[in-house]
Ligand binder design. Structure first.
Ligand code: ZN
Length: 131
């Protein structure tokens, strides 16, 4: 099932016609693949793979649907996170979880539970100095 979800997740960008007022950043359920405008906004927000400690560049990344497309997740910035191929597989195939922080809407991750260790949402961005 995880493999099917991953295959149904975004792995490519499609070209989009830009309207005179610019492309909306929320195409909802209309399309699964990410438009150029959404991809650009995602790269501006995440800059590289968002997984803690990873800095693989956008060219090596996929746009991952946080709420899976096949379960009703929408194609919009608020439901996407930039993940490299390796960490895309980690998110789909292991108990690691990803969400957008409810306050600043940046991605954060929760490791698989370990006995005796507090299971907190973490983010580690070496270049994250701004607030
Ligand atoms: Zn990565």
């Amino acid at each position: 099932m995880a493999a099917i979800r991953r295959l149904a997740c975004d792995a490519e960008i499609i070209p989009a016609v830009l309207g005179s007022r610019g492309e909306p950043l929320d195409v909802g359920r209309a399309r699964r693949l990410v438009t150029v405008a959404i991809w650009a906004a995602l790269v501006i927000r995440d800059r590289h793979c968002a997984f803690p400690g990873c800095d693989r560049p956008p060219l090596m990344c996929h746009a991952h649907h946080i709420r899976h497309w096949i379960l009703g997740g929408e194609t919009k910035l608020e439901n996407l996170v930039l993940l490299c191929g390796h960490h895309h597989r980690v998110i789909h195939d292991s108990p690691w979880q990803v969400r957008l922080n409810p306050d600043d809407h940046k991605p954060e991750f929760r490791p698989p539970p370990k006995p005796g260790v507090e299971n907190r949402w973490i983010r580690y961005r070496p270049d994250e100095n701004e607030t």
